[in-house]
Design a protein around this ligand. Structure first.
Ligand code: AMP
Ligand code: MN
Ligand code: MN
Ligand code: MN
Length: 285
């Protein structure tokens, strides 16, 4: 089933996307997606709405989340798929993970104020759909609005990444905890966009080894921020580590996201798609 148009990574206003869960569902369906997951950051509050919207459109749904983890000093994202969104361990773990965001955002604003950009906390808040989930993306949109940068990528490059004035070091969930919450809730864990981390070969090997030992089963191979060469590289990694392959656009917004829902190439032939093991957890339309 390689040729299934599955999009298992996308965001709504429940985290840092700009469309409602219903509007993301409609866009996915309009682009020919037949299996969809909404994977908001550190939050499952949109899951029932997303599932209902997908089913009403005749599109299969699988529950999703993207959990922020700190591993070897860097932020890594772990996607969970096919879990019970009301499972207490998962719900509590995510609430704890979201917990530090407000204070971090205030410190980010302090850093920006020091370089002559006042009011960024209040400015970012205007873009926040979920008060529990203020993210760097919301700051980026505010700085673009203010004409300080042309587009959000430029804001990240100049202001919001390590060493830049609006960057604040943050400790997210532990890898072991994130994988455990997903598994306790009956789901499967997937390493998101592995090519986007800044790991040495040894650190990357440790991430994959630890993740596998903890019971993680998947890795994103085809995703919005990977190059064609990276599809191949992580297809090879999937085979080396005995992981299943996932596919998802990481869609956030029609203008900001360079990859639209459902428009990615198919998975390379040599990998096993993660949806092969999710069949019992896919809600059929
Ligand atoms: P946070 O969870 O607050 O650290 O924000 C992380 C989010 O920022 C990611 O999920 C992306 O949506 C966005 N992001 C990270 N790096 C970039 C970048 N270089 N350009 C645009 N958006 C980015
Ligand atoms: Mn995001
Ligand atoms: Mn991510
Ligand atoms: Mn994402």
């Amino acid at each position: 089933m390689h040729l299934l148009n599955a999009d298992l990574h996308s965001h709504s206003t429940v985290s840092d996307g700009t469309l409602s869960p219903e509007a993301v569902a409609a866009r996915a369906h309009g682009n020919g997606v037949s299996l969809w997951a909404l994977t908001d950051h550190d939050e499952v509050g949109g899951q029932h709405r997303a599932r209902d919207a997908a089913l009403a459109l005749g599109m299969d749904y699988v529950t999703g989340v993207e959990i922020s983890v700190t591993f070897a000093g860097q932020t890594v994202h772990i996607v969970g798929l096919g879990f019970d969104p009301d499972h207490p361990a998962l719900v509590q773990g995510l609430a704890d993970t979201r917990g530090g965001r407000e204070r971090r955002a205030r410190e980010m604003a302090d850093g920006l104020a020091r370089v002559g950009i006042p009011g960024a906390y209040e400015g970012a808040l205007k873009y926040v759909g979920n008060p529990d989930l203020i993210s760097r993306t919301h700051f980026a949109r505010y700085l673009v609005e203010q004409g300080i940068c042309q587009e959000t990528h430029e804001v990240f490059r100049r202001y919001l990444t390590e060493g830049k004035p609006g960057y604040v070091e943050h400790r997210w969930a532990r890898l072991a905890d994130a994988v455990s919450w997903i598994r306790q809730a009956g789901g499967e864990a997937v390493i998101a966009h592995p090519a986007r981390y800044d790991f040495s070969p040894n650190e990357e090997y440790a991430l994959f080894t630890d993740f596998k030992a903890l019971g993680g089963v998947g890795v994103e191979v085809v995703t919005g921020s990977h190059t064609v060469a990276e599809y191949q590289r992580y297809a090879d990694m999937a085979k080396e580590f005995g992981l299943l392959a996932s596919r998802g656009s990481d869609f956030h917004d029609p203008a900001e996201s360079h990859t639209d829902l459902g428009t990615l190439p198919d998975l390379p032939g040599a990998v096993t798609p993660i949806w092969d093991v999710l069949t019992d957890r896919i809600v059929k339309a």
